[in-house]
Ligand binder design. Structure first.
Ligand SMILES: CC(C)(COP(=O)(O)OP(=O)(O)OC[C@H]1O[C@@H](n2cnc3c(N)ncnc32)[C@H](O)[C@@H]1OP(=O)(O)O)[C@@H](O)C(=O)NCCC(=O)NCCS
Length: 190
């Protein structure tokens, strides 16, 4: 049976669960995400949640906890929305034990719909390190267009990485692909 996936707007009630999940995945996430050294206690996770909630209140840039069969298993959301230009950039990560089941693909499909719908965006971007094959598979599966490579645009602990930039526009014909990957329940935002 396919897993039941739900998105919950990140809020302070997620703090402990999210901190524990981060701890359990520290080495796995460190390969591609630059912020692991800034999360050393549950207070750091709480500060991250507070920042995402403030951003959401200011610009409507929601960040979600992902639950699979009731268990917190990852995070996905808009880093920030540029309301002037109606663009947004998506980020995500998943517990290693939950990988390979299409959970992030479904969560990102839901967020793309939310971005073009409720958030009224015209352009949604996903940037992935060029060597991050599993991450790049998400925008590729969902039909975003590879627009180019930003050279050495991120410092990852000890070295620079290049980013592949993918984007979809509100009137892109490939947008119809998104619907076939949506299978999350989007819970009311708190
Ligand atoms: C990037 C990351 C989120 C991808 O996780 P993932 O498990 O590969 O992604 P999904 O949950 O969408 O699962 C996709 C896999 O499930 C399979 N799958 C099964 N059912 C599926 C379905 N209904 N729909 C889509 N894919 C499905 C796909 O074939 C794919 O497996 P494969 O890679 O072996 O072919 C994860 O590797 C991660 O957290 N990495 C570290 C952090 C990171 O890099 N974040 C991104 C920074 S840009």
């Amino acid at each position: 049976m396919p897993p039941s996936i739900a998105l919950e707007a990140l809020n302070p009630d997620h703090t402990l669960e999210l901190y524990r999940l981060t701890e359990a995945n520290r080495e796995h996430l460190r390969e591609w995400l630059p912020w692991l050294d800034s999360i050393r206690s549950s207070q750091d996770t709480r500060a991250f949640i507070d920042a995402t909630m403030a951003e959401s209140a200011a610009h409507g840039a929601p960040h979600f906890a992902i639950r699979c069969d009731g268990r917190l298993c990852g995070v996905a959301g808009f880093h920030a929305l540029d309301t002037q230009n109606r663009t947004g950039s998506l980020g995500y990560w998943l517990d290693r034990q939950h990988s390979g089941r299409g959970i992030i693909t479904a969560a990102v499909a839901e967020l793309v719909q939310l971005g073009f719908g409720e958030c009224r965006l015209n352009r949604i971007e996903i940037r992935c390190a060029v060597g991050n094959t599993r991450s790049r598979a998400i925008p590729e599966r969902l039909g975003l267009t590879l627009e180019g490579v930003l050279r050495q645009c991120e410092w990852l602990y000890s070295h620079y990485v290049d980013h592949a930039v993918y984007a979809m526009l509100a009137d892109d014909p490939q947008r119809h692909l998104i619907d076939s990957f949506r299978r999350t329940t989007c819970l009311p935002r708190s």
